[in-house]
Design a binder for this molecule. Structure first.
Ligand code: PGA
Length: 243
């Protein structure tokens, strides 16, 4: 079995100074941790992250990149530069990118492919809105997001999925174990149907905390967590990764 993955999505939090302080504390406390940890700092803290983690074996990535390496794309982040900075991952299609920045499935598909072509691993975030769950459309939404966002993906290259029910993100409302189990089993099956490797990790995200992490990580096809709020603090994030 693959190692569990504990991913920290810092969103728009932390300065370079705070980033360095976090990793100093992290280094002091992390020993004996099992599993793979991945940090997603802001783009402006990537340099501080790169320096702090250099030689440590701890992986990191971007919360968002464009699908072109360079050109007239004011304000975007280059995946090629991300790679040069030692990053191994990027989030694609977080619900905040979809909702606030109007990222379309067609755009996300290009980002997934670009990252794979560069040898970076995309962590594609998918998940239903509350109104979609209430209308029994969860599976339909997940199926559509997977089919469209992975339509250009290379099935031979690394990929990870993060299932994040939008209503559970930052709300304190974690999905129940049965909801998580059903969604992860469904995503696993859909990935098989689309021809992706059975080992493609499927992470859960949405109000993960130390007190629900133990239950959730034991669910079949839960291969790790994508953690927002609780990843900003060394002790809280470590408690999740150790749960
Ligand atoms: P949360 O965020 O853990 O604060 O709910 C998760 C995410 O948005 O990735």
């Amino acid at each position: 079995m693959n190692q569990k993955i504990y991913a920290a999505n810092w969103k728009l939090h932390k300065s370079p100074r705070e980033t360095r302080a976090f990793f100093e504390q992290w280094r002091d406390k992390v020993s004996g941790l099992k599993g793979q940890v991945v940090f997603f700092p802001t783009a402006l803290c990537m340099e501080a992250t790169w320096q702090a983690l250099s030689g440590s074996g701890i992986q990191f990535g971007a919360q968002n990149v464009y699908f072109e390496d360079q050109g007239a794309f004011t304000g975007e982040n280059s995946p090629m530069v991300l790679k040069e900075m030692g990053a191994r991952w990027a989030l694609v299609g977080h619900s905040e990118r979809r909702a606030i920045f109007a990222e379309s499935d067609a755009l996300l598909a290009k980002k997934v492919r670009k990252l794979q072509d560069l040898g970076l691993t995309p962590m594609l975030c998918i998940g239903e809105l509350l109104k979609e769950r209430e209308a029994n459309q969860t599976n339909e939404v997940l199926r559509k997001q997977l089919a469209e966002d992975l339509s250009l993906a290379d099935k031979t290259k690394p990929l990870a999925i993060a299932y994040e029910p939008v209503w559970a993100i930052g709300t304190g409302k974690v999905a129940g174990p049965q909801q998580v189990q059903e969604a992860h089993a469904f995503i696993y099956q859909e990935l098989q149907k689309l021809g992706f490797a059975a080992t493609t990790p499927i992470l859960y995200g949405g109000s993960v905390k130390a007190d629900n992490a133990g239950t959730l990580i034991a669910i079949p096809h839960v291969d790790g967590f994508l953690v927002g709020g609780a990843s900003l603090d060394v002790d809280r994030f470590l408690a999740i990764a150790r749960a």
